[in-house]
Design a protein. Sequence first.
Length: 277
Amino acid sequence: MNKNLLGIDFEDWFHPELIQKYIKNEKKHPQVIDGIHEILDLLRKKETNATFFVVGELLEFKPDLLDLILDGDHEIAFHTMNHTRLDAQNFKNCFENELKKFDSLTEGKSKGFRAPSFSLNKTSSWAIDLLEKNNYVYDSSVMPAKTSLYGLPHAQKTPYKITSTSLENNSDNGKIIEFPIMVSKILGKTIPVGGGFYLRTLPFKLIKNSFTQYEKNGIPGVFYIHSWELTPKYMPKIKLSTKDNFVTYHNLDTAYDKMEKLLSLYEFTSFENYLRN
């Protein structure tokens, strides 16, 4: 059976980009972090290894998070320290310091990265050079489809070697391996399918068909889901615009059961294990 890749974007309730703009003056006390045991229990029950792309400040708040993840035979990877978009103003000047800080917090265990909101693009391509400089092995920040929030629609669908000057296609000079998120073609249009929002919103059969197609082609389906999607009871309901509310909260109570179903139907592993094998 084809091995697919599972990434848990481990964030708290105040990290999602669509929420941040509404809570600038609110006190941000972590809550979703308390759901870690439920996520680990699900993965243990389904005998699945995953990669946890962790927002670094949560490790500062709860240092034992590292051991909880590693002791479950999972991988820890970097999702910036505060869930800052790569293309945010002046973030380039902070990113390397964040890499070094996360390296210290994780005792050098992190070799993978995912940009918040898939914000790797032409204006933030410098991040690949810094990942390489800091001995990172892979990235999973490319969504090879266009949405209103993100996307590099011309990017390869299969894993490839990425450079700062070749974000969308394989480069023989690349040292960082890119793992693009799973997509599907519907009526001639490429759409994202490999994520929690899509799992909550799209017909489950479409998600299944996408995994089946990737399996036929011998490609790992790269799937991500947020920690708060799997543990919605820790996710407070913030008053958002109609669109932002839909993206954030629509069918949130269905995510856990649907993810459990996916884990029963398909085999997943961590990025680290996939590369090792």
